[in-house]
Design a protein. Sequence first.
Length: 361
Amino acid sequence: MSRAWNFSAGPAALPEAVLKRAQAELLDWNGSGASVMELSHRGKPFMALAAAAEQRLRGLMGIPANYKVLFLQGGATQHFAQIPMNLAGPDAHADYIVTGHWGEKAVREAAPYIDARVAATSVAANYLSLPPRDTWQLSKGAAYVHYTPNETIHGVEFHDVPDVGDTPLVADMSSNILSEPVDVSRFGLIYAGAQKNIGPSGLVIMVIRDDLLARAGRPMANIFRYAEHAANDSMLNTPNTWGWYLAGLTFEWLEEQGGLAGMGERNAAKATALYDAIDGSSGFYRSPVEVSARSRMNVPFTLHDSALDAVFLKESEAAGLLALKGHKAVGGMRASLYNAVSLEAVGVLVNFMRDFATRHG
Ligand code: PMP
């Protein structure tokens, strides 16, 4: 069996060491005589696993004591709706910074619950750049400001945390969480679907400041209320135990990689290698995104002649390079370079691209 070089946008490549460990422990976890998937979430062994995973994440991200960590379900999409429900009453408003597909969707899903105002958008620039901070029309009394630090489809990324004053900053970090060091204290709430940099889909990690948990929101079932999940250590109902377990293994792997500082350096080197290959291809390949907004995680690129797209995909797949087709909203190609994608994998991709350009140039 051989594993391909996987550039999927998500669900995405996981560290091979994590998969191998999960495989080795699959039938008998921790000497329990059962798979971790087959054990009660309320039993001592799983509770210990759960707490240890949270502690590792706290250490990796440097999460201050006044923040809770939640292991939730529903995908990031469900939380597009649940965040406004929890953070504001029905008459409140919130500001959204829209820099791509996922920001648009966050606004759409929030709209039934809050006056979701678009305070800035780069739609007129086809989401190929970021709206400068001094053009944002932040409104007085907003319950929060929501943004997407990395837009997975358009391949644009904020390289600094925007200053929004005292208004809580809410970040959908689905596609860049744990990819570099982060100052959690700048955020009111961070959330991310697990299926890119953490583990399998079906798990959402949320880091939320205590005072936001205390916000009344509105009447709703307990299952939607973050404060209830926090009060029950994310075991209000049966959590995604398998996802939680794999997340813990990934956190351990990240520690071995030098934590987020080590990961950040490696991710920068990977992105530089690929963008250099694109920029140095004499126009054979092109990155449409403005240089200052280029994502380290998702690199969309086009070929100078789109008639070659199908050939590129066919040949890349034959060379063991998976999932390079761009999202249909953007076209062309996209290589996703999440944490589990090694510098070696990027090297293989770059060599393939050079060779392809020579043969088809
Ligand atoms: N936000 C971002 C930035 C994403 O990349 C994605 C999915 N790839 C989502 C939200 C939606 O996540 P989910 O499918 O887990 O709801």
